[in-house]
Design a protein around this ligand. Structure first.
Ligand SMILES: Nc1nc2c(c(=O)[nH]1)N[C@H]1C(S)=C(S)[C@@H](COP(=O)(O)O)O[C@H]1N2
Ligand SMILES: [Mo]
Length: 415
């Protein structure tokens, strides 16, 4: 396909997605390669469940919309019985489970990096929470005699292909078996409806609490092995490269670095990888602790209630760790007060928080700061490219996994 035909396709598909999601907005990519729309607006972050119409979308290749009856997921590698799993079988022969999951693109917040990085310039819009329904992978793998010992990996491959002449990278991600057995599902419904095309119809991998990239849409193949996608066998498997999206893209590294490809790693927590010695350039696995204010909206002029109070509401999450503390500042981070969590409390989904404030008329900079169960607190700002100080999130070439406080500030005027 020529570049201009591809550009036209992308715009048409993005328009179709926007028609189904009237509240959302397209976000542009410097290279104009992704189909992306961001969550509706700040109000999305004042509610626990994100309606499908407000849920962000992000993918690289064409949007598939295959007939469910004809779709199969092939299961192979270290299994006693290889299989082609059909949709009826996935629905009828396995338990049905529902999982609450805050999906966040690893590039959410990339738009705040200075200097600017390439790719989609997301600000806060690439995070959303839905209920995903499907079949537990643990049951499917047990049924087919898969080797699920510690240290093994499950690789998932999407049915989407690059549209550019000369590019041969398939969308493949490898997830450690430990996480797969814990809570991963093959999801065929989202908020009780069958998956819309742009969210991976008819079935996707769902990796609760981990960056969106791990949840492969239009799932075509599952492969059980002792390594993740790595080495010549995967870099040229019948002419296709399965390693790109695991080993090169979606790794956290300084400018100009080509990260090493690893056969396996044993540190899965993204923040542990950032702080530890095992991996030089972390993989974007579980989501870092983060929060966003949803109400009042940025730029709003607001009036307190009759009793003089005003409620600040937002969401806070920490991937598959628990978010345990939320602080709110009304002076741009100079002083902090404890907020309060309320509403639903599920593993791997954000929590609503609120803070009762008694402001006098003025203009304020509101920010929120969350801490996870292991005491890890959001850093204040993003670092310069050549090194991060304490309390800074490391600027990295791909603009991944950003969780700093100040970029998410909300300016409000109280009358
Ligand atoms: N097959 C396939 N799966 C994919 C992608 C893709 O390009 N192809 N994009 C990933 C990325 S980067 C994200 S952030 C999530 C977004 O999921 P959503 O569009 O349902 O929100 O899908 C992931 N799964
Ligand atoms: Mo993403």
């Amino acid at each position: 396909m020529s570049n201009s035909a591809r550009g036209e396709n992308r715009r048409r598909e993005t328009d179709e997605i926007l028609e189904r999601k009237p509240g959302t907005e397209a976000v542009t990519d410097l290279e104009d390669r992704y189909r992306v729309v961001g969550a509706a607006d700040r109000e999305t972050y004042a509610n626990w469940l994100t309606p499908i119409e407000e849920h962000y979308v992000c993918h690289r290749n064409e949007t598939l919309d295959p007939a469910a009856e004809e779709w199969t997921v092939s299961l192979g590698g270290a299994v006693d019985r290889e299989a082609e799993l059909g949709m009826e079988e996935l629905r009828d022969d396995y338990p049905t489970v529902a999982v609450a999951h805050t999906m966040e693109c690893a590039g959410n917040g990339r738009g705040y990096f200075d200097p600017e990085t390439g790719s989609v310039q997301w600000e806060y819009g690439a995070a959303s929470t839905a209920i995903w329904t499907g079949a537990p992978l643990q049951s499917i793998l047990a049924h087919h005699g898969a080797a699920t010992d510690e240290g093994t990996w499950l690789t998932a491959v999407g049915g989407d292909h690059p549209e550019v002449e000369g590019e041969n990278d398939l969308f493949a991600r490898s997830v450690p078996m430990e996480k797969v057995l814990e809570d991963c599902i093959l999801a065929y419904e989202m908020n009780g409806e069958s998956l819309p095309p742009e969210h991976g119809h008819p079935v996707r991998l769902l990796v609760p609490g981990w960056y969106g990239v791990n949840s492969v849409k239009w799932l075509a193949e599952l492969h059980v092995a002792e390594t993740m996608v790595h080495g010549p066998e995967w870099a040229d498997r019948d002419g296709d490269d399965y390693t790109q999206w695991q080993q090169s893209s979606y790794r956290i590294h300084p400018e100009g670095v080509e990260p090493d490809s690893n056969a396996t790693v044993s540190t899965f927590d993204t923040w542990d990888q950032l702080e530890g010695d095992e991996i030089d350039h972390p993989y974007t696995f579980d989501e870092n602790v983060k929060s966003t204010i949803g109400r009042p909206a940025d730029g709003a002029t607001v009036s307190p209630r009759e009793d003089g109070t005003l409620e600040i509401v937002g969401v806070a999450w920490a991937g598959d760790d628990e978010v345990t503390e939320i602080e709110v500042s009304t002076d741009g981070g100079d002083s902090w007060a404890e907020g309060e969590f309320f509403g639903p409390n599920y593993d791997c989904a954000w929590r609503l928080f609120r803070y009762e404030w008694e402001p006098s008329p003025d203009t304020y900079t509101l920010v929120s700061r969350a801490t996870d169960e292991r005491g890890r607190r959001q850093p204040m700002r993003i670092s310069e490219p050549d090194g991060d100080a304490d309390g800074e999130y490391p600027w990295n070439e791909g603009g991944y996994a950003e969780n700093a406080v100040l970029p998410h500030a909300v300016e409000v005027t109280v009358e």
